[in-house]
Design a protein around this ligand. Structure first.
Ligand SMILES: [Zn+2]
Ligand SMILES: [Zn+2]
Ligand SMILES: [Zn+2]
Length: 147
């Protein structure tokens, strides 16, 4: 779960990860905190409101830096047209996604640490993580669907 944090907190997160604090990085982190599970396009549109003229390529670069530093993480969702990102959390949470409108929400993991599921047959491989996505229909889509 993410909430809007004051800019000082974004700067701290950058310093802790060994990244130089720049206006672009702080702005992208703010956007990630306000819009979890966002594509780079959406983050760019949001950051543009605070840093006029910032290039999409710059936001791509910042997202890559934040992901490499472990501050942001990529969310793997089946059928997502582009990669989605969120502030990295150590809570091993999962996602529930509306198959109609694509809305994505966080779901706490019942176990809390990875891997929270073990395969019945692991083929000799050590399981690192189970990525669980609940495919669902949100109440808005349910209401609007023809009966
Ligand atoms: Zn929906
Ligand atoms: Zn999430
Ligand atoms: Zn779990």
């Amino acid at each position: 779960m993410t909430t809007m944090a004051p800019p000082a907190e974004q700067a701290d997160a950058l310093r802790r990860a060994g990244l130089r604090v720049t206006a672009q990085r702080v702005a992208v982190l703010e956007s990630l905190a306000a819009h979890p599970h966002a594509a780079v396009d959406a983050l760019h549109a949001d950051v543009l409101e605070r840093i006029p003229g910032i290039a999409l390529q710059t936001v791509h670069g910042v997202v890559n830096d934040l992901t490499a530093a472990g501050i942001a993480q990529r969310v793997s969702l089946p059928g997502a047209p582009s990669a989605l990102y969120e502030i990295a959390a150590r809570d091993n949470h999962h996602h529930i996604q509306c198959v109609e409108c694509g809305r994505v929400e966080d779901v706490p993991c019942a176990v809390g640490e990875a891997p929270c599921l073990q395969p019945s047959h692991g083929h000799g491989m050590r399981v690192i993580e189970a990525t669980v996505t609940f495919r669902a229909i949100c109440s808005d889509c349910e209401r609007n669907s023809p009966a």
